[in-house]
Design a protein around this ligand. Sequence first.
Ligand code: ADP
Ligand code: MG
Length: 654
Amino acid sequence: MADLGSLNGVGKTLLKELKSAGITTIQELLEYYPRTYEFRDRQIPFSSAFQFGVQQTKINTVCTVINHQFFGFGAKQTLKITVSDGTGNAALICFGRNFLANSLPVGTKIYLAGTFSIRFGELQSSSFDYEIYSEKPQSFGHIIPIYPLSGKLTNKFLRKVIAEAFEIQGKFLQDIIPEKLIEMNSLMSRKEAIKNIHFPKDKASLDKAARTLKYEELFIFQKKIRESVEKNRVIKKRGKPMPRTLQRKVVASLPFTLTPDQISTIDTIYTESLENTAISRIVQGDVGCGKTLIGFLSALPYIEAGMQTAFIAPTELLAEQHLKNAAKIFQNTGIRLAFLSGKLPQKKKELLLEALEAGEIDMLIGTHAIISQNVRFKNLAFAIIDEQQRFGVLQRNALLEKGNATDYIMMSATPIPRSLEMTLFGELKISTVRTMPPGRKPVITYTVMEGHENRIYDWVKKELSIGHQAYFVYPLIEDSDRLNLKNATEMAEYLQNRVFTEYKVALIHSRMKEDDKASIMNSFAKGEIQILVATSVVEVGVDVKTATCMVIQHADRFGLSSLHQLRGRVGRSELQSYTFLVFSQELSENGKERLKIMKETNDGFLIAEKDLSLRGPGDISGVEQSGFMNFHLADIFRDTELISQIRRDIEFIS
Ligand code: ADP
Ligand code: MG
């Protein structure tokens, strides 16, 4: 297959930009689906704006420039261009774009689209998009894809390279969904679907393409679940019974007692471990319910019986946190722990791998690095996969294959509504941890309107003064001009230099190197940093007990489950914790409802149910994609019908 660099206009810089957006191959480029669309296939003339009671109208028309005028004085002078499309006139207010006087002289015929409203008796817009009239317009006359942007990527660039990529590679695209199912469900071929998701012929083709690709994603997902469960139906030959002496001893040494659900989950896993078929089990529970400990304790009977265990986490940060935890819990037990991540120096790594193969390590904790081919166990019998949604099924299988009929449990970060359990994990067994460790005080949640942050700052200062810490979360910026969000970097500087001058503020964001992230996170955990400013990805699972404040800027832009996950970073001890949800002045109805739910409840399962009911059948992919399971198009909360349908379809063809 041709590579990305061979596309026209893709030089080193853009290759790098594409890479940081997760695109390294033509295939991935073709699967970089639009975030939304502008429907410029249908004309909406100026005359359609004058409807009773309507404040704003989307216009899409062909018009001619009839007049230029300037208003205001001096540097503030602003150009106003009057245009006519035959049904009426409108004014284009060119804030900061006075140069348009040159680009659009009187008499120019243009395509024009934008949001217009009636002001001072005339139709006006200051946010509009245009293109000089031609027979074959680039950005008008059809449905225009709008891509998720980052760095230097622009829509124009993406449209161009994706069109070219399709030109070169489109003919090689092969169906993944079996022909019979394509027919039964009136779907498109993969080739047609990819073409129409990027460059839809019309609304109907777009819908069909989206349905096809969604179906495809979910089909692959369910097929893999099925395969991995079937694969794991192998019979174990354990030989020895598994003692629980060590498990009991460690439980007794804990500074706290286990919750009833922790106990019953550990019991279930033990009982299952004695059966003939290998364990595949999901452990789900609300944030902070103590899933990690369930994993550690469940590993002990295997270790006592002389077998090896593995604990894998999606990031360096989390893996290190788990290691520290394990070291504490297992002290004085003689259990041999080891840590493996990509950054381990070669020499040490070699020693570790040798010891592992010789059976001199009882529990290996680490990142994806554990999956690599050269990692060999003597007798891996039990694997714990933390934050399972971050691992692909292939990775999971690669890990399990390092043992023989390996028992495994997976921790799920997001509580799953009961109504979804079947559709999502139908073939897997599920343990649900509902009880929380005793002594936890529910996090108190406040909503604060943007512009009133000073009150939050005062509150946070009080908490810092008694040795506590705070997170400030700012959403990652995509269309920065459109969404006008505060920039996390600027805010970190502002907070450091203007607000929390006596404390240490640090910034952590998704584009930083793992190493740098980990070292900042470590300083935060140690209390050397008091305020951590982060983009929306404060690592799921991070556990810092003295962090008592979570401030979420633009909270109304986050989905419920993200808000709940973020709030779950505080309230991890008996200290009273607080979450501040800062909302913008133009709060939508749905946004209002979400904040209300967050204020009313801390129950992740209830929140997941609400999340499900709040998501109507919206547009193809909203700004607030949940990202759950890393689907591009599918949304497990919204597509439950389709998921069930696909389960039946797979049943039907197998
Ligand atoms: P999660 O389920 O979100 O992964 P963790 O496993 O990180 O949660 O646990 C959250 C915190 O609760 C940890 O600091 C852990 O030590 C603590 N913890 C776990 N179980 C108990 C318990 N039974 N009593 C008190 N604290 C507990
Ligand atoms: Mg966890």
